[in-house]
Design a protein around this ligand. Structure first.
Ligand code: PGA
Length: 254
């Protein structure tokens, strides 16, 4: 069964007490409305709040915790960096890799990201690899070429067994934080394209089971329409994951 996921990427927001309040609000909200077992909720707070996120969600089997980034090396003299094994040792299950903000502001390229993906898998973390084109790239009709290159170089070095433990998030850069989401048709077309790449590189069974998330101005108003597409298996939510009621409403759009 293809796993459906709604993941909240908090980015660099919240203090410790605000983080605790938000997590409690999400736990309360989703337990009130009831979530089916095959629906999965992932919350990605900043590193310092991973431990409290894990402890506050311990009793909720359908909520997992993610880090927003990890370093490519397992340990050593890399001041300020956080390894995948550290994240795993906190009890997190996922790690977001290659978010467009990391690519743009921290110059992370596909080769570097492929090393992070491998580092995450070695520690049994599920990498959520982000891909997506900028506005000029879409205007020039280069979006498919760009996404294909990002996936081929950042993810498709994995073998058949490894790829099954990863997730792709398609996040058009022009949709992130802008209030302009991809239309359901645009999202579906790209997700179907990505699934075809998985068929070609791996096989139809892998592609069919694979979870592909949409991200970029996804909110309680548009989530239902976006998630209704056959190849959109959930969302990676930024702004709308910072308020428990908004995030819960998106979870309930499934
Ligand atoms: P947004 O961000 O929902 O605020 O557009 C999505 C993301 O960056 O993951």
């Amino acid at each position: 069964m293809r796993k459906k996921i709604v993941a909240g990427n908090w980015k660099m927001n919240k203090t410790r007490s605000e983080a605790a309040e938000l997590i409690k609000g999400i736990v309360d909200g989703v337990s009130k409305t009831g979530v089916l077992n095959d629906e999965h909720i992932v919350i990605a707070p900043p590193f310092p709040f991973l431990e409290i996120a894990v402890s506050l969600t311990e009793k909720v089997p359908y909520i997992s915790v993610a880090a927003q980034n990890c370093y490519s090396e397992p340990k050593g003299a890399f001041t300020g960096e956080i390894s995948a094994s550290m994240i795993a040792s906190m009890g997190a299950r996922y790690v977001i890799i290659g978010h467009s903000e990391r690519r743009a502001y921290f110059n992370e390229d596909d080769l570097f990201l492929s090393k992070k993906v491998s580092a995450a898998l070695q520690c049994n973390l599920i990498p959520i690899l982000c891909c997506g084109e900028t506005l000029p790239e879409r205007k020039n009709e280069n979006q498919y070429r760009i996404v294909q290159k990002q996936l081929e170089n950042g993810l498709f070095m994995l073998n058949q067994d490894e790829i099954k433990n990863t997730v792709i998030a398609y996040e058009p850069v022009w949709a992130i934080g802008t209030g302009v989401n991809a239309t359901p048709a645009q999202a579906q077309k790209m997700h179907a394209f990505i699934r075809q790449l998985l068929v070609k590189k791996y096989d139809a069974a892998v592609a069919d089971e694979y979870t592909i998330l949409y991200g970029g101005s996804c909110n309680a108003e548009n989530a239902r329409e976006l998630f209704a597409n056959p190849d959109v298996d959930g969302g990676l939510i930024g702004g709308a994951s910072l308020k428990a009621s908004d995030f819960t409403a998106i979870v309930n759009s499934f």
